[in-house]
Design a protein around this ligand. Structure first.
Ligand SMILES: [Zn+2]
Length: 365
């Protein structure tokens, strides 16, 4: 008989399932949880949501793969690109939600990461400089229309002059403003929070490699209780001690994201990227610019991999980490979209690993 059943669903587990799990002879713990929510994911398993040849079937495929890893909901993420390409990608994702039931169910909204970010090297990350531009209400209005209101999160840097008007438009239009890829100063961040910014995008990444000790935009964002913070807790993007501190400060406002790229789910090796240039994927799932191991080239881990990493490293309490990938993003997204996270999944936790067993229904069968 298994040692323990942990119920993170606030009592949704039925006596039947409890009995079934209790009858399985395994030494570890079963964890029953709401399905995972990934609010920032650029692609998976060879599909890139920023590919100019993206097809509706690609999105259905990624949805299936993610569903097989315990992801119940996600926000496909489009990064800085030309206006026409963003138009095209938004339209394809919208069509996928119209054509495929699974996409409609899983895609809570689109996360637009850019093009209204910092032009500076470092904060800009790998976003192409030529398409970075000031926040523009007309553009976001157009993208909202093209996507049929699917744009739900926009990552933007508040260092631009017309930020107030832009934020006000987003709040009014049910789009969450998240601060990211920024070199904004203290006053600009304070102003963005006052105008309703809800989150910090992958806090601690997409920043200068050398930063003035204080003030700086990491302390500034950490200081506001109103801001959620998303982080990439994969063992490569942030040191464990930084993850621990962010969790202590943000508590129930910390959100785990994968920020996964098309290289997630692939074998270690060298790969060609969409924008040209090679990347190397190690067996530890560290993805870096070929011949430059010091430069990360995005993430190659899904949310499930990240939870496995957290389990192995003990950087965070596992049950808390699962809340950071379920209840916390759900609480934030409830401001802009209506949905019920009634999908329930089952993990098996052994001494040194975390295994995804399936949805409640699959495990019950
Ligand atoms: Zn980013």
């Amino acid at each position: 008989m298994s040692e323990e059943i942990v119920d993170l669903t606030k009592g949704k587990i039925s006596p039947k399932v409890r009995k079934k799990l209790e009858s399985i002879d395994k030494p570890g713990r079963f964890i029953i949880s709401p399905a995972l929510i990934d609010i920032q994911i650029n692609g998976f398993s060879g599909i890139d949501f920023n590919d100019e040849k993206l097809k509706v079937e690609d999105i259905e495929y990624v949805s299936e793969v993610l569903a097989g890893q315990g992801i119940g909901f996600y926000c496909p993420t489009i990064i800085t690109n030309s206006e026409e390409k963003i138009d095209y990608l938004l339209n394809v994702i919208k069509q996928a939600t119209e054509q495929f039931e699974l996409c409609k169910k899983m895609i809570l909204g689109i996360h637009l990461e850019g093009p209204f970010i910092s032009k500076e090297d470092g904060p800009r990350g790998a976003h192409p400089l030529e398409f970075v531009t000031a926040p523009n209400v007309k553009l976001i209005q157009r993208w909202k229309e093209i996507s049929n209101n699917l744009v739900k999160i926009i990552t933007v840097s508040p260092e631009w002059e017309n930020m107030d008007e832009f934020s006000d438009y987003c709040i009014k239009s049910n789009i969450l403003v998240s601060i990211g890829h920024t070199s904004a100063n203290t006053g600009q961040i304070e102003q963005a929070v006052r105008h309703g910014a809800a989150c910090s995008t992958h806090l601690g990444n997409g920043s200068h490699s050398l930063l003035k000790r204080h003030p700086n935009y990491i302390w500034d964002q950490l200081s506001y209780d109103q801001l959620y913070a998303s982080i990439i807790a994969d063992g490569h993007h942030l040191p464990d001690n930084v993850i621990k501190i962010f969790a202590k400060v943000k508590n129930e406002k910390l959100i785990l994201i994968s920020d996964a790229t098309q290289f997630s789910g692939k074998q270690p090796g060298d790969y060609e990227t969409l924008i040209g240039g090679k990347v190397t994927l190690t067996k530890e799932k560290r993805l870096y610019v070929a011949d430059h191991p010091e430069y990360l080239a995005g993430s190659a881990m899904g949310l499930l991999d990240i939870l496995k990493y957290i389990k192995k490293s003990s950087v965070l309490d596992l049950e808390y980490a699962i809340s950071c990938a379920t209840n916390h993003p759900m609480d934030m997204l409830k401001r802009v979209c209506k949905f019920n996270n009634d999908a329930i999944i089952v993990f098996y936790e052994s001494e040194d690993d975390l295994e995804y067993l399936g949805t409640y229904d699959e495990v019950l069968d």
